[in-house]
Write a protein that binds this ligand. Structure first.
Ligand SMILES: Cc1cc2nc3c(=O)[nH]c(=O)nc-3n(C[C@H](O)[C@H](O)[C@H](O)COP(=O)(O)OP(=O)(O)OC[C@H]3O[C@@H](n4cnc5c(N)ncnc54)[C@H](O)[C@@H]3O)c2cc1C
Length: 253
C-alpha cells in the first residue's frame, strides 16, 4: 500500500486546471484499465485525477454538432449514433461498459492486444478531440490526436457533425466477452464521402484510405501493418481484414 493524493475536480475547468501540463498526474476515468495496473504494481501514480465528478459525463446535441464528454460511459453510447453504438455494444460485458469511458477508450495504452474499439467508429464519424494540457486547450481531428499519443493531454470531449450518414460495422466474433476484439471495421458515408477505419490492425485505429478511394475491400491491406499478439497473428489479421471491410461496406445504405 502507498498513499497517493487524489484530485476530484467538480467542473471541466477545474479538471483542466488540476491537470496542468500533465506532469506527475495520472487520469483515472472508469479505471477498467488503470486500476488493475495499480493493483498489480505496474503503475504507481504520483497524483491521481479522478474524472467521476468533473462534469465531463454529458452528451449534447446542438447547433449541428454532437459533443460527448470524456467521462461518458461506453454503456451510454450503446443507444447513440451508429456505428459508435454497435461498437459500444461489443465492448467487454455490462459491468465493463458501465464503468469504462469514452476518454479512457481513446487514451487506452497498448496492452497485450489493441483495445480502443470506439476509435474506428469515431474516425469514420470525423470526430474531433478537445483536450487540455501543455500549451493550453486545443481541438484536433481524432487521427492527429491518436498519432500524437495521449501523454500530456487531458481529453475533455469528442465531437462530430450531427448529419445523416449511412453506416456499417463488422467485427470478428469473440469466444468470450472478456476477450478483446481481434479486428473490427467501421464505415460511414455522408455527402458522397466514404470513410472506413479499422480497430485491431495496429496499436490504435487507422483510416483505410485506399479503400475509401477505390471502394475495393482487398485494398485494405495497403493501409495497415498488423502485429502478432496473443489473440491473432499479423498474417491472420491481413487475411480477414478484407472480409470485414466487405461486410461493413455492405451495411451502408
Ligand atoms: C474485462 C475487460 C474487457 C474489456 N473489453 C474491451 C473491449 O472489448 N474493447 C475495448 O475497446 N476495450 C475493452 N476493455 C478495455 C477498457 O475497458 C476500455 O478501453 C475502456 O473504454 C477504458 O476506459 P476507462 O474509463 O476504464 O479507462 P481508465 O482505466 O480510467 O484509463 C485508461 C487510460 O486512459 C487514460 N485516460 C482515461 N481518461 C482520460 C482522459 N479523459 N484524458 C486523458 N487520459 C485519460 C488513463 O490515465 C489510462 O492511461 C476491457 C477491459 C476489461 C477489464
Amino acid at each position: 500500500m502507498y498513499d497517493v493524493p487524489v484530485l476530484s475536480p467538480r467542473s471541466p475547468e477545474e479538471a483542466a486546471e488540476a491537470f496542468g501540463d500533465g506532469s506527475d498526474v495520472t487520469v483515472l476515468a472508469g479505471g477498467t484499465i488503470l486500476l488493475p495496473e495499480i493493483t498489480y504494481g505496474r503503475a504507481r501514480p504520483k497524483r491521481v485525477l479522478m474524472l467521476a465528478r468533473s462534469g465531463l459525463g454529458r452528451v449534447e446535441r446542438s447547433n449541428g454538432t454532437v459533443t460527448i464528454g470524456a467521462a461518458v460511459s461506453v454503456g451510454e453510447l450503446m443507444e447513440g449514433d451508429e456505428p459508435l453504438a454497435t461498437a459500444a455494444r461489443y465492448v467487454g460485458d455490462p459491468e465493463v461498459r458501465a464503468q469504462a469511458t469514452l476518454g479512457g477508450n481513446i487514451c487506452a495504452p497498448p496492452g497485450e492486444a489493441p483495445r480502443g474499439d470506439l476509435q474506428a467508429p469515431l474516425l469514420v464519424l470525423g470526430a474531433r478531440v478537445r483536450s487540455a494540457g501543455n500549451g493550453g486547450e486545443r481541438t484536433e481531428p481524432l487521427e492527429d490526436f491518436l498519432a500524437g499519443g495521449a501523454k500530456g493531454r487531458l481529453v475533455l470531449d469528442v465531437s462530430y457533425d450531427d448529419i445523416v450518414r449511412e453506416t456499417g460495422y463488422a467485427a470478428f466474433w469473440r469466444p468470450h466477452t472478456h476477450h478483446y476484439t481481434i479486428l473490427a471495421v467501421a464505415a460511414a458515408r455522408a455527402n458522397g464521402e466514404l470513410r472506413v477505419a479499422a480497430t485491431g490492425a495496429g496499436p490504435t485505429a487507422v483510416r483505410l484510405a485506399s479503400v475509401e478511394q477505390s471502394g475495393d475491400p482487398e485494398d485494405a491491406v495497403k493501409d495497415v501493418e498488423p502485429q502478432d499478439d496473443p489473440l491473432a497473428s499479423a498474417w491472420y489479421r491481413k487475411r480477414i481484414l478484407p472480409r470485414l471491410v466487405a461486410r461493413a461496406l455492405e451495411g451502408l445504405g
